[in-house]
Write a protein that binds this ligand. Structure first.
Ligand code: ADP
Ligand code: MG
Ligand code: MG
Length: 252
């Protein structure tokens, strides 16, 4: 069971000119087993939504609520959010020099489960997850994301997703910069994850391409910090044909 409920979420960042409101009241519920796609032009606040749910300190929540199965997510620390079952794959994954992939994943898994995974099966599980993402086994000994290509970073994020097996995954432009083969591998990983019992996915993307491989149940068009329109998978096709122009013109 997992329901992520976002209600009238308002978020600001501080700038030299004072606080700037980025999210202007976002309401969205991801129920058990649903995949929601958020599409929208650059700068519309998609990453802000992802980071705010994950608990990035840069973002000030000025209104609204986020709950996971009724628990107040916004009151939780970043660690607590992960333990509660939230996972964020970032648009720009950060490098963690000096920390190997295998140690990084083991620490994360231990934090989430409350106990360390058994070493023997863990090594096997990590290697299997990497190999499903077409990352060879030497990757597990490398520093997290250091020197990884764009596509390798994204594939590594999905390997993490499968290993950590959260309740709700927020994937921020996991498709950007992927060639067609990598896109397929990444999509297969996401589809395996969401094949699990009651898994929720919030898939943020700029392009409709990935939605051919990962069929969303709902599509939301995000414009200027708000949801401008919502529909089913067909809305993505309409966006593909028409672009975001009509929403942008409507704004001014
Ligand atoms: P998206 O992911 O949809 O491209 P973002 O959430 O990254 O959009 O950004 C939303 C808006 O917030 C952008 O216009 C961006 O410039 C603005 N923004 C983000 N951080 C800051 C900041 N520290 N100062 C000023 N503006 C910011
Ligand atoms: Mg962007
Ligand atoms: Mg973004």
């Amino acid at each position: 069971m997992s329901t992520l409920e976002i209600k009238d979420l308002k978020v600001s960042v501080s700038t030299d000119d004072g606080p700037k409101e980025i999210l202007k009241g976002v309401t969205l519920t991801i129920k058990d087993g649903e995949t929601h796609a958020i599409m929208g032009p650059n700068g519309s606040g998609k990453s802000t939504l992802a980071y705010s749910i994950a608990g990035h300190p840069k973002y000030d929540i000025t209104g609204g609520s986020v709950t996971l199965d009724g628990q107040d997510v916004l009151a939780m620390s970043v660690d607590e959010r992960a333990r509660a079952g939230l996972f964020l794959a970032m648009q720009y994954p950060v490098e963690v020099p000096g920390v190997s992939v295998t140690n990084f994943m083991r620490t994360a898994k231990t934090a989430i489960d409350g106990e360390a995974p058994k070493l023997r099966t863990w090594v096997k599980d990590v290697n299997a997850a990497m190999s499903r993402m077409n990352l060879d086994s030497t990757f597990t000994q490398r520093s997290v994301n250091e020197g990884f290509s764009g596509g390798e970073k994204k594939r590594h994020e999905i390997a993490q997703l499968e290993l950590l097996d959260p309740k709700v995954a927020i994937l921020d432009e996991t498709d950007s910069g992927l060639d067609i083969d990598a896109l397929k591998v990444v999509s297969e990983g996401v589809n395996r994850f969401r094949g699990g019992e009651g898994k929720g996915v919030l898939l943020i993307t700029h392009y409709t391409r990935i939605l051919r491989y990962i069929q969303p149940d709902f599509v939301h068009v995000f414009v200027d910090g708000k949801i401008a329109e919502q529909g089913g998978a067909e809305l993505a096709d309409q966006l593909e044909a028409e672009g975001y122009d009509k929403y942008l013109t409507a704004k001014v």
